[in-house]
Design a protein around this ligand. Structure first.
Ligand code: AKB
Length: 320
């Protein structure tokens, strides 16, 4: 079997930093090449600074390391995208097409491209959102994900390009911090709880959103990428679900372990974004096609987050 050489674009980000570690454990540190526009806070193994908008630089790295698979994780997320709509559109789409161009040129065997629950909009059924449904997103980030999903399907139909994708819910983990998203509050709240500080939430108390623990999100990504190609029936992007909760639910879960924890609510422009997204997702196609099952519910996640963050703060190894 050919030795896989994996390129990660956006390796210093919330998902990319964790995925880089996990893929290095599976494929060997020497076979995973991390790239980002930012230096990672702590990284062992190959790392290259890469501006993914520069096709030549991307191609040079692919050639240099003999890359066979690409995980393209760089994106401008929902909230930040609304502050710079045209840049978000150009960044998200140009980076996507650059990856496609280079993948074609160097005969890359598999690409991972993340979509998001942001690809849905207010006219999408809000509860138990089906795999195939109406999609009219109202953020630039969501429009870029929805369009790119269709392009993934197009490149599969026309060229048999093996691009795999999931619609990530909000991702929560202790290992890294999110940036520029609407679901970011659900990570920040745990940091405040561990520091015994009050938390002011930018969403209303009862705004339920689909969420997933980092361990489950990473495992889903790798299970999808390792599934036999004939099992991959959805070539746009798979619905992926784990849990759904509101700020009030997560605060109650935290209070079971940190009784003094206090939360207040001061909704801003992100409230409208959250309200335009589903509250829960039907992921039965992912379950059927490649055996997806989540492991963590809200209380299990809270216990794990608080335990890890307490240890990290006590050792002063939290990265900001
Ligand atoms: C965001 O909030 O923008 C992201 C996402 C749901 O894709 N976390």
């Amino acid at each position: 079997m050919k030795q896989e050489k994996i390129l990660i674009i956006g390796a210093s980000g919330q998902i990319g930093s964790v995925l880089t570690h996990t893929l290095s454990d599976i494929y060997g540190e020497n076979n995973v090449i991390a790239t980002d526009i930012r230096q990672p806070t702590d990284h062992h193994g190959h790392f290259e600074i890469l501006d993914v908008l520069n096709t030549q630089a991307l191609g040079d790295i692919v050639a240099k390391y003999g890359i066979t698979q690409i995980y393209h994780l760089a994106a401008i997320l929902s909230a930040k995208g609304e502050t710079m709509p045209m840049f978000a559109w150009q960044f998200n789409m140009t980076s996507f097409f650059n990856v496609i161009d280079v993948a074609r040129q160097f005969k890359i065997s598999k690409i991972f491209f993340p979509s998001s629950i942001a690809a849905f909009g207010p006219s999408t059924p809000k509860y138990n959102t089906p795999q195939a449904t109406i999609m009219i997103p109202e953020t630039v980030y969501g429009i870029s994900k929805s369009c790119a999903e269709d392009w993934c399907n197009y490149f599969w139909l026309k060229e048999k390009m093996d691009i795999r994708s999931v619609r990530y819910p909000g991702i929560i983990g202790y290992q890294s911090l999110p940036g520029g998203g609407t679901t970011d509050y659900a990570v920040n709240i745990y940091h405040k709880a561990v520091k015994s500080e009050p938390f002011e939430c930018f969403l209303k108390a009862d705004t339920a959103l689909p969420m997933i623990y980092m361990d489950d999100a990473i495992r889903a990504t790798i299970e999808l990428m390792e599934a036999p190609a004939e099992n991959i029936k959805i070539r746009t992007s798979y619905n992926l679900a784990s849990m759904s909760f509101s700020p009030q639910d997560i605060a109650e879960s935290i209070k079971k372990q940190v009784p003094d924890f206090s939360i207040s609510y001061n909704p801003d422009f992100r409230q409208a974004i959250a309200e335009s997204w589903p509250a829960s997702i039907d992921d039965s196609e992912a379950r059927k096609d490649w055996g997806w099952r989540p492991n963590f519910d809200l209380d299990a996640m809270t216990a794990d987050m608080l335990a890890h963050l307490s240890e990290m703060y006590s050792k002063e190894i939290v990265h900001h």
